[in-house]
Design a protein around this ligand. Sequence first.
Ligand code: PSV
Ligand code: MN
Ligand code: MN
Length: 424
Amino acid sequence: MQIEKYRIEEFNHLHSAAHERKFAFAASSVKDPESILQKLIDFQIAIPSWALGTGATRFGRFSGGGEPRSLEEKIEDIGLLHALNRSSGAISLHIPWDIPQDYAAIKALAAQHGLRFDAMNSNTFQDQPGQAGSYKFGSMQHVDKSVRRQAVEHNIDVIKHGMALGSNSLTVWLADGSCFPGQLNFRKAFRNTLESLEEVYAALPENWKMYVEYKAFEPNFYSTTIGDWGQSYLLASKLGPKAYTLVDLGHHLPNANIEQIVALLLMEGKLGGFHFNDSKYADDDLTTGSIKPYQLFLIFNELVEGMDARGMEHATSLGWMIDAAHNVKDPLEDLLQSVEAIMLAYTQALLVNREGLAEAQQENDVVRCQEILQEAFRTDVRPLVAEARLRAGGALAPLGFYRKSRVRDQLVQERGLKTVASGL
Ligand code: PSV
Ligand code: MN
Ligand code: MN
């Protein structure tokens, strides 16, 4: 299904008087609203192909219906999101779940929805039919060279799919690690991983980036070979200038200070991008901003400060992606909520009084430092985000439109109730 422009306009018309009042107030209370609005219009967040269907815990899966059954339908779903919020203009694919049959047709379909292909994701955490070696004991770290070779070949293959689609980055997340003490020689596992990644790195086209994603634990429960930002940073540094660390918000041990990690990686020029989500306990993959919105704001605060200090373009210098799973919500509604939360945190970070904060830090005025940050965090920036969306042709209230037009019901009618999207 497609959402006609006039329906969005009709919807916006109904809400415009209330919006204008709120926007006038919000705009009058911030410095340079026009430049903020432009930054918001430019900012795009990639949607992962695997987040469009109902996910599952290891106890079960409760399908929601109307889920995309093919790559084409996944693109259409992201097209729907983008039509409503104008901030989801990219898709992140996972191979082999999303292998296109016809590259030209897939590229044309994405272009028709205004989408570009963001980072490509490889998969060496599941065995594939017909493959010679098994990843049961790891992939790039494996003690058997032929399994490592297979993992390298797969990643090179993913790069080729990405080149054919116009992507320019590869995200490598490895499930490699060990479940019991003594199972692995840590140094050998790390060296094997480095050597394998070097081979993939050598196959990267000139303008490509490699994102090395880390994760503290799971599926291995004693050690993870790329378990934290230090290990990822070490690999990215050894690999070379095209390799960067990717920060997935859910991949840390509890209470990790993610904003500090982000600040240092940025300082070293090694921050590649993000997988946004939220969590209470571990890699929960919950809706971004649903549990710790202040942390999200503090991360964006470091991003804005660090990127401005390095003269980096906010929208294009890093990879902005969501990585989430949906067990109890309509995935499209959840993604609309996640994108909104990201836009709000970004906007609040743009409002921080930078000179005032630097001055207060210099004077060790701890109270003022906190006041400055919380002044921005407690500002209601929703009208600014809505105005940016309106100017970009989106809906004033994407979720409201989605529900009012019964988008999910229409998808169920088109695709049926018993649909399974491939993914995590
Ligand atoms: C597994 O934890 C995971 O969620 C990683 O975050 C990857 O980015 C994602 O799967 C897709 O491979
Ligand atoms: Mn991730
Ligand atoms: Mn994860």
